[in-house]
Design a protein around this ligand. Sequence first.
Ligand code: ASP
Length: 306
Amino acid sequence: MASQASGWRLVIHGGAGVMPRGSISPEEEADYRKGLMTALDAGIGILTAGGLAIDAVQAAVVALENDPNFNAGHGAVLNRDGLAELDASIMDGRERKAGAVAQVRTVKNPVLAARLAMDTTPHVMFAGREADDLAAAGGLEIVDPAYFVTPKRVEQLKRVMAGEVKAWDRRGTVGAVARDSHRNLAAATSTGGMVAKAPGRIGDSPVIGAGTYADNASAAVSATGHGEMFIRAGVARMICARVELQGMSAQEAADVTLTDVRSLGGAGGVIVVTKDDAAMAMNTDGMFRGEADGAGRKITAIYAGE
Ligand code: ASP
């Protein structure tokens, strides 16, 4: 990806997976691209006004959580019991402060609960009912668990449980990474996890260092893919380490790390932004993604090689 030495930059994803060209109808494709544009606009508004990367990634992820097409917030995939159990995390590269929630069921925007954990507690990660309680006590919008469940996801769960489609074929986890005009980095990720997952299963998205990491000294990363392998490979932290310690570009660090994930049998993608560079990498047919910068670039893409 063309690099730009200064100015803000925003990269987002809406999940990677098996999505060969032709497998998504033109109407669906237009809908996904519209959702990605809305999320980019939410982040761009903050970054052009001189706002912080942490606020931009949060705004972009909230927009994607609210879009039923993506596997996060409203429209998240369902676990084997037909319930949405949501995971999210956020990290500020300035002081490496981080917040995460796992298995939440009632907070409308899990990424806001992750931010609340980061900003208002001495802890990094909350899980289950107590994470929902933290969100409620912090004044975040609470919804009935039915809010997250869409007819499309009910149908998908049925098909996966019947063995008609594989759980990992099409994902939709969302994430954002940004560099602001003050050269701070931040990352955020939010997901419903894997379709038909075992109740209580937690993937990489809320795990700092696996699905999300940000450090002004190296990079900001958000991942999507088969979470177990992304945890085992320590993907987000590893990409940052490769940038910082081995001097790799964002693209090189992303590619090498995804090759390692592949060696464990995992598929997926990552978005990366550094002080002067950015990358969108995947080892799948596609990844819903978008990118914008201070020079006026604003694009969305779905398929690999696009
Ligand atoms: N990484 C997510 C998880 O394993 C799923 C995904 O990105 O599609 O929970």
